[in-house]
Design a protein around this ligand. Structure first.
Ligand SMILES: Nc1nc2c(ncn2[C@@H]2O[C@H](COP(=O)(O)OP(=O)(O)OP(=O)(O)O)[C@@H](O)[C@H]2O)c(=O)[nH]1
Length: 318
């Protein structure tokens, strides 16, 4: 057995290990000049150690933020403590191309890095070592999972036909706004509206055209409301809208604008163009509502007054 533990042999295998280990090893002096650069760094940067050694780190990586890196390094050197960066805070420190064929979703390698103060024989920090871990696989699968969860969350709150909020999510939003109102009231109004004689549309043109009409009405809701307004499909052909920062007067103006926009909209059918109208009920927030259901009821009641009085109109709740 070879038991040659002389300094030179030990140095040799240490270098061998450092060269082949599957993490980046980079050592800098206190002037940020490169004093060690292992195989991982060579392979991923395309720069041989012969070309990297002695050069300033910031020449080799010209897109590395000098200010950020120096701040990080100074803390490590002064406190003589290790520091870490994770891909979640900063996707990478050193810009290396992602070379994994399976994870083609990202252009660059995600990295975690450890910064280590290297204390010399004098007892002072003489170098800074940076260990670079390729965490591309973990990062991309975590990001993909998050994207899938976001898509699922989006689907679970969206009405498939109109892409407005579905009833359950819209009610959740209303309930949240209602609680906020109870603590600190703003101008806030609720509109419920319903397509007039919609059954006749279905009976005359079929459900497919009926669905087109519902979609067209939803589009008018989107075009005419603000981003902050909360619009949902409440039931078959009934819609609900919470208007943020709108008192009774503004809400009624809005309701009329929407009503006219829908009246002017043409929906094409195999038998020519079709026009529909809607009846609306407008209920501004009232302190006396004890539950959000009472607010919905007030808007619904106003909506039925619109229906009773001939449809294609807006009514303000009493
Ligand atoms: N095409 C289609 N029809 C739907 C959908 N949801 C509900 N409906 C239909 O909408 C119609 C609603 O009819 P009614 O509640 O009688 O009301 P209306 O005919 O609009 O009459 P008024 O509201 O009184 O003006 C019913 O025929 C339902 O089948 C849907 O998603 N697609």
């Amino acid at each position: 057995m070879n038991t040659d533990y002389t300094g030179l042999a030990e140095f040799h295998w240490l270098i061998e290990v450092m060269q082949t280990v599957d993490v980046g090893v980079l050592v800098l002096d206190l002037e940020y000049q490169i004093t060690a650069w292992n195989g991982f760094m060579e392979n991923n940067s395309g720069i041989d150690s012969a070309d990297a050694l002695g050069r300033s780190l910031f020449d080799v990586f010209d897109d590395l933020s000098v200010e950020w890196f120096k701040h990080k390094a100074d803390t490590v050197i002064q406190l003589r403590n290790r520091a870490f960066t994770t891909w979640e805070q900063r996707a990478y420190v050193f810009k290396f191309r992602n070379n994994r064929p399976i994870t083609g979703v990202t252009e660059y390698m995600y990295q975690n890095c450890t910064f280590i103060p290297v204390i010399g024989t004098t007892g002072k920090v003489q170098n800074l070592a940076v260990i670079v871990y390729d965490v591309t696989d973990i990062a991309t699968s975590k990001l993909e999972l998050k994207a899938a969860n976001d898509r699922l969350a989006q689907l679970s709150r969206t009405d498939g036909l109109t892409q407005l909020y579905n009833r359950a999510y819209w009610e959740e939003m209303l309930s949240n706004e209602f609680k906020r109102q109870k603590r600190h009231a703003h101008d806030l109004s609720l509109i419920m509206f319903d397509i007039d004689h919609f059954k006749k549309v279905n009976d005359t043109y079929g459900h497919q055209v009926g669905d087109d009409v519902i979609r067209a009405v939803a589009e008018e809701v989107r075009h005419n409301s603000r981003n902050t307004d909360i619009a949902g499909r409440y039931g078959g052909e009934e819609f609900a809208l919470l208007l943020i920062d709108s008192d009774a007067e503004n809400a009624l103006l809005f309701a009329e604008r929407l009503r006219k926009a829908i009246e002017n909209r043409r929906v094409s059918t195999p038998e020519g163009e079709l026009q529909v109208t809607v009846s609306l009920g407008v209920a501004p927030w009232k302190e006396s509502f004890h539950h959000y259901n009472a607010w919905i009821e007030a808007a619904d009641k106003a909506l039925y007054t619109s229906k009773d009085e001939g449809r294609n109109r807006s009514t303000l709740s009493k």
